[in-house]
Ligand binder design. Structure first.
Ligand SMILES: Nc1ncnc2c1ncn2[C@@H]1O[C@H](COP(=O)(O)OP(=O)(O)OP(=O)(O)O)[C@@H](O)[C@H]1O
Length: 141
């Protein structure tokens, strides 16, 4: 079975996908709690790939293909998540009223004073430093 979520930004694709996943988890929950692990991946993926835009405070800025594998007895036994098309420009170029990826604000919020000092006291410098650390190169504009 293939489920395709389509619609304009803020239409509810991500939330609908989560509800569908919960439904599949309830139907085909395995004994290893793998369905719970699948749900937990969205927290990490959204930290790195979601941002506040003018249309959606938690807008997914990347494509996601999730394959869910079921065992012969109908239980979830694995998953494969592929991501694509994450724009790097959002790290350093923001439209009015929009934000960069959540992870930068989460790092700032949770950083110790020594970590802040290591990176930078300025949040834009911090974003740049983290971007260079993640991509190993200066972001293209
Ligand atoms: N089923 C739902 N129940 C409650 N709130 C919802 C539901 N679907 C969408 N929303 C609300 O709409 C907002 C936008 O939904 P969502 O992030 O799923 O949109 P999207 O189509 O994935 O947008 P984007 O393309 O920008 O990522 C959510 O943050 C939530 O506040």
């Amino acid at each position: 079975m293939f489920v395709f979520y389509s619609g304009e930004s803020g239409a509810g694709k991500t939330e609908t996908a989560k509800i569908a996943m919960q439904y599949l988890g309830a139907l085909g929950g395995g004994s290893g709690g793998i369905e719970e692990k699948i749900f937990q991946t969205s927290t990490i993926l959204e930290a790195f790939g979601n941002a506040k835009t003018s249309r959606n405070d938690n807008s997914s800025r990347f494509g996601k293909l999730t394959e869910i594998y079921f065992s012969a007895v109908g239980k979830i036994c694995g998953t494969k998540i592929q991501t694509s098309s994450l724009p790097q420009s959002r790290v350093v170029q923001l439209a009015q009223g929009e934000r960069s990826y959540h992870i930068f604000y989460q790092i700032c919020a949770g950083a110790s004073s020594s970590l802040r000092g290591c990176l930078s006291s300025s949040s834009s410098d911090l974003q740049l430093a983290v971007c260079m650390w993640v991509t190993k190169e200066e972001p293209s504009t």
